[in-house]
Design a protein around this ligand. Structure first.
Ligand code: SUG
Length: 446
């Protein structure tokens, strides 16, 4: 049975804005208060999706969440006769809370869940654990809707959906952004690599400046509940210097695809140990490492350009990969120089493609943040009821839907406008029908 790795990309929501909500994420802090363009953001993301699909890859889409999130405002004590009144209450008393519940951050679906595909698990099912995203309030409210969406797409006995890990610091989990898979081909058992920022029994060697958003305890719990083979599971610690330089998720400093690991010299606290463990777990399959030295690309340049928040594409009929990187990589001399050499000299990389995702990038989300990888067989793809696999017809429908419903620009002061709630709900109601997802949003239940 033919097996694919499908990239599910998060569609940017109608309330995409720059509120500077993520401490430790430099782009988010630097752009806080600036005007965003929800329409351009969504179109940029959609262009990325269709570009991959046109290159022969399996590409799918995940819907945005309902924002501003009124159920969260209710939980926090805001009241009113109608949802619009509740927004008005929050707008008056706590605009910062309203901004948090209005973020379109669910678009970065690399943080939606950790997925262990069927070849890796003892029961032969694909396991999903939605991320609790405990470390940031505006992200912690994503988990319930994420869970509903994943269950509505991945239905049946071949999929196992777990609850998110318990709340609190010990099990802080940010999903696939800290999880990679190395394999000889997607349908074969792979090594699952879990990367954490801090271990709760050794908090001294963590970062000093910025929070570590993934704990070892969370990663271990997921590996346990997904039923992974111990000899094929590796845990590695992020370099604390990297976190303090703005690497809030490991996918900002490393990316893997099949048997290739592309990372910065300072990605991991113990890189030699990691290589030994990966080599031993991979057995006869050789892993190729491309480690970028800090004297070629500094941590600062890596974070500013998002060089490693890239996607390594295994294109049909091509033995080496293409690398897709954000356009910011072409604007950074050190990074561009490195990429030119990589493209010319390294057998594992055939070509580098530059993508404009500036709107997402300004909140700290590059190409890899926008995708969640799920290994699926041709049969599983065919049996999926939801209309989420991108083809030219769906691309066209989504483009028109964005053009119809999204604002050209949005400033955090616009979040106080109650009509944004109705606009957003009208758009999402239509989208859930367009994608054949059923009533996935709380506002559709009443
Ligand atoms: O969680 N930014 C997101 C970016 C997530 C990127 N994801 C991965 N690396 N996989 C975050 O920090 C900023 C929102 C704002 O500031 O308005 C934000 O949530």
């Amino acid at each position: 049975m033919k097996t694919f790795e499908v990239n599910f990309d998060g569609l940017v929501g109608p309330t995409h804005n720059h509120a500077g909500l993520s401490f430790g994420n430099r782009a988010s802090s630097n752009h806080g208060g600036q005007t965003s363009s929800p329409k351009q953001a969504a179109l940029q993301g959609l262009e990325k999706m269709i570009s991959l699909s046109r290159q022969g890859l399996k590409q799918a889409v995940l819907p945005p969440h309902d924002r501003p999130h009124v159920p969260s405002l209710r939980k926090l004590g805001f009241t009113g006769k109608t949802d619009v009144d509740i927004i008005a209450h929050a707008a008056k008393q706590a605009p910062n809370i309203l901004a948090s519940v209005s973020s379109s951050s669910a678009m970065w679906v690399a943080n939606a869940a950790t997925v262990s595909p069927f070849p890796d698990t003892l029961d032969g099912r694909t396991h999903f654990t939605p991320a609790n995203l405990n470390s940031m309030f505006h992200r912690s409210i994503e988990v319930d809707t994420t869970s509903v969406i994943l269950k509505s797409i991945f239905r049946g006995d071949e999929y196992q959906h777990h609850s998110a890990l318990p709340a609190g610091q010990t099990y802080s989990d940010e999903g696939a952004a800290n999880h990679s898979r190395l394999c000889s081909s997607y349908g074969e058992p792979g090594i699952e690599l879990f990367v954490y920022g801090v271990c709760q029994t050794d908090t001294k060697s963590g970062p000093k400046k910025f929070p570590a958003r993934q704990t070892r305890q969370a990663s271990e719990a997921i590996a346990r509940s997904h039923g992974l083979r111990a000899e094929k599971t590796v845990f590695a610690k992020q370099h604390p210097e990297a976190i303090d330089a703005g690497v809030f998720h490991n996918d900002v400093i490393a990316v893997a695809n099949q048997n290739l690991l592309f990372c910065h010299q300072l990605a991991f606290a113990e890189p030699q140990l990691l290589r030994r463990e990966l080599d031993s777990a991979s057995g006869d399959d050789e892993i190729t490492y491309i480690e970028v030295p800090a004297d070629r690309v500094s941590l600062e340049d890596a974070v500013a350009s998002y060089l490693f928040n890239s996607q390594l594409l295994s294109l049909p009929d091509q033995s080496s990969c293409n690398l897709i990187v954000p356009i910011e990589c072409a604007e950074n001399n050190a990074v561009k120089g490195y990429l030119d050499d990589l493209e010319n000299d390294h057998a594992a990389i055939s070509a580098v493609q530059y993508l404009d995702l500036r709107e997402s990038m300004n909140n700290g989300g590059g190409p890899a943040c926008l995708r969640l990888r799920v290994v699926m067989t041709q049969k599983q793809i065919e049996e999926t009821k939801a209309r989420v696999f991108l083809d030219e017809a769906l691309y066209k429908d989504l483009k028109q839907w964005i053009e119809r419903h999204y604002r050209e620009s949005l400033h955090i002061s616009d979040l106080l406008d109650p009509s944004l709630l109705l606009e957003s709900r009208t758009a999402l109601d239509e989208l859930s029908q367009l994608l054949h997802l059923g009533a996935i949003y709380e506002f559709q239940q009443t």
